[in-house]
Design a protein around this ligand. Structure first.
Ligand code: IMP
Length: 502
C-alpha cells in the first residue's frame, strides 16, 4: 500500500523522537487539524467501526478491561449491546468464568435451537391445555406429523379467529407450501434479511431430512439487526464476548471448557513477550486454530512482529500506563503509551497490517482515545473509565455525605493477589512473597454504561471531524501529532478562571 503524505509525516515525527531515544504519552502531544481534503464530506458522520482482532469486528473501538472490578457478564453484555466488547477476566475458577461467558451468549436468542414443536393431529383444545400446563406465553409452533417431519407452522394468527376448539391443528395451520423456511447454514443476519424481504414473523429452520432444527422470530432478530441497533453479534446473532486466559498451567483445560461460549481469547499477561506467553500462544493456536487469540501486553515493535509471526490475531499494548498500575515505579520498566502503540503499529505495518492493536490502559481524558487511535491503535481497552458504572462488578459504596463510589483495584494489587491465584500468574509470580504492582482505589459512581459510552462516542466523533478523518482506519494512518510542552498542556485545559460549571 502506498504511504500517504500524512503517514510519511507521522513516520518522520516518531523517527525524530527515536533518534533522541524519547518516548511520549497522551499529555505530551496533541493532534494536528488540517484543511479539509477534496473528498471529505462534512455531512457524513465518522465511521467508528473497527477490529479488535483479525476476525472480531467492533462497531465502537471500546473494550472493557479483563479485570475483576471491570468485566464480568453484566459489563460484557452492556458493552456488546452498545457495539463494543467486554473481556471477562480469569481471576476466577474455570466454572465461574464459563458461567459468566454463558450468560452473555444466552442474553439474546436469535436462533431458538430447540423450538417447541406440536403435532398436526392435536386438537386446538389439546394444544391450549398443553400451553397452559407448561406456562407457555407464546403460540408460535412448527408443526410436525407422526414421523416428526415438518408439515407447517402454527401462529397466533391461525389461532385467534378459530372458535371451534375441537378442530385439529392441521385444519387451521399454515401448510408447508405456504411457509417461508430456511436451511441450517443461514447466518442470523441473512435470516433477518430473508424475513424482512418476505414480511414473515417466523422462519423455521429445516434440515435435509425435513426435521425442525431451529426457529427464528422477527421480534428477536429486529432487536439485533435493525440498522439503528448497535448490538455487536456473531454469525449466530449472539452478543460477542472475549475471555482472558493466563499463560499458567490451566489454560488448555480452561479453553476446552469455555470455547463454546467465547468468540475470542486474550492471553493476558503483564509481560506479553515472555517465553511463558509465547509458549502458550503456540499451544493455543496449535490446538484451537479457529479461535482468534489476542496477546499482550507489550510495548516494543520487535515483540509485536514476533508475536504476529507465531500466530497472534491481535496485539495488546501497554506496560505500566494503567491508572491503578505501579509496575513502572516498582520496576523502572515501560514505555509511555503513545510511543508504545506507535512502535507496535509501525512494525506490524511492514508485514502484518491486518493485525489490529488494542491500546490498553492510561486513557484518562476522552481526547486520549483519539490520540491512542492516531498512534495506531484500532481499539482501546479501558479500566478506570468504565469501572464506575452500574454494570461493573461490585456494589455501589455510599458515603454519609451522599457521594457514591465503586471499588477499582489492580489485578496486581495485594487485594487481587490475595483473592485470586490467577492474578499472580498475570505477573509471573507464584510465591507467597510477591511484588505488588497495583493499587486499590475507589472511583465515583457513574450510573449506566450507556451514558458514559455516549460521551466517549461524541468526543471521538468530534475529534475526527476536526481532523477530517472518515474512519478509524484512516485516523490510524493519516492523523498527525505535534509535541507540546507543559505550557501547552496548561493551555489545553480550562485556565485562569474559577470554574463554576461545565
Ligand atoms: P486503566 O484503564 O488506566 O485503568 O488501565 C487498565 C489496564 O491496566 C488493564 O487493562 C490492565 O492492562 C492494566 N492493569 C490492571 N491491573 C493492573 C495492576 O495491578 N498493575 C498494572 N497494570 C494493571
Amino acid at each position: 500500500m502506498e504511504k500517504s503524505k500524512e503517514y510519511l509525516q507521522k513516520e518522520k515525527f516518531f523517527a525524530d523522537l527515536d533518534r533522541l531515544h524519547l518516548s511520549l504519552t497522551f499529555d505530551d502531544v496533541r493532534l494536528k487539524t488540517r484543511y479539509y481534503p477534496e473528498d471529505y464530506d462534512p455531512n457524513q458522520a465518522p465511521d467508528l467501526s473497527t477490529h479488535f482482532s483479525k476476525n472480531i469486528k467492533l462497531k465502537l473501538p471500546f473494550v472493557s478491561a479483563a479485570m475483576s472490578t471491570v468485566t464480568e457478564s453484566d459489563m460484557a453484555i452492556a458493552m456488546a449491546k452498545e457495539g463494543g466488547l467486554g473481556i471477562i477476566h480469569n481471576a476466577m475458577d474455570i466454572d465461574k468464568q464459563k458461567k459468566e461467558l454463558r450468560k452473555v451468549k444466552k442474553y439474546v436468542n436469535s436462533l431458538i435451537e430447540k423450538p417447541i414443536i406440536v403435532q398436526d393431529d392435536w386438537s386446538i383444545e389439546q394444544l391450549l391445555n398443553y400451553c397452559n400446563d407448561k406456562n407457555f406465553n407464546f403460540t408460535t409452533f412448527p408443526v410436525v406429523d407422526q414421523n416428526e417431519n415438518f408439515v407447517g407452522m402454527l401462529t397466533n394468527n391461525n389461532l385467534k379467529y378459530e372458535l371451534d376448539e375441537s378442530k385439529q391443528i392441521k385444519d387451521i395451520f399454515t401448510p408447508l407450501d405456504k411457509v417461508i423456511r430456511t436451511d441450517p447454514k443461514i447466518s442470523s443476519e441473512d435470516a433477518f434479511l430473508m424475513m424482512k424481504k418476505h414480511k414473515t414473523s417466523t422462519l423455521p429452520v429445516i434440515d435435509l431430512n425435513n426435521k425442525v432444527v431451529g426457529l427464528y422470530l422477527w421480534s428477536d432478530l429486529v432487536r439485533i439487526h435493525h440498522e439503528k441497533s448497535n448490538y455487536n453479534v456473531n454469525e449466530k446473532g449472539q452478543l460477542i464476548v472475549g475471555a482472558a486466559i493466563s499463560s499458567g498451567t490451566d489454560y488448555l483445560e480452561r479453553i476446552e471448557e469455555i470455547k463454546n461460549y467465547t468468540d475470542l481469547l486474550v492471553i493476558d499477561s503483564a509481560d506479553g513477550d515472555s517465553k511463558f506467553v509465547v509458549d502458550a500462544l503456540i499451544k493455543v493456536k496449535e490446538n484451537y486454530p479457529n479461535i482468534d487469540v489476542v496477546v499482550g501486553n507489550i510495548s516494543e515493535g520487535e515483540s509485536a512482529l514476533k508475536l504476529a509471526e507465531i500466530g497472534a490475531d491481535g496485539i495488546k499494548v501497554g506496560q505500566g500506563p494503567g491508572s491503578i498500575c505501579t509496575t513502572r515505579i516498582e520496576t523502572g520498566i515501560g514505555t509511555p503509551q503513545v510511543s508504545a502503540i506507535y512502535n507496535c503499529f509501525s512494525k506490524l505495518n511492514e508485514k502484518y497490517s491486518s493485525i489490529p492493536i488494542c491500546g490498553d490502559g492510561g486513557i484518562r481524558d476522552k481526547g486520549d482515545i483519539s490520540i491512542a487511535i492516531a498512534s495506531g491503535a484500532s481499539s482501546v481497552m479501558m479500566g478506570r473509565v468504565l469501572a464506575g458504572v452500574k454494570e461493573s462488578p461490585g456494589k455501589v459504596i455510599s458515603r454519609p455525605d451522599g457521594s457514591q463510589y465503586k471499588e477499582y483495584y489492580g489485578m496486581g494489587s495485594r487485594k487481587s493477589f490475595d483473592n485470586n491465584p490467577n492474578s499472580k500468574i498475570r505477573y509471573n509470580q507464584t510465591d507467597n512473597q510477591v511484588l505488588i504492582e497495583g493499587v486499590e482505589s475507589i472511583i465515583p459512581y457513574q450510573g449506566e454504561l450507556k451514558t458514559v459510552l455516549n460521551g466517549l462516542v461524541m468526543a471521538l466523533k468530534k475529534s475526527m471531524i476536526y481532523l477530517k478523518t472518515k474512519s478509524i482506519e484512516e485516523h490510524r494512518y493519516n492523523t498527525n501529532f505535534t509535541r507540546i510542552t507543559n505550557s501547552g498542556l496548561r493551555e489545553s485545559g480550562s485556565h485562569d478562571v474559577n470554574v463554576i460549571g461545565i
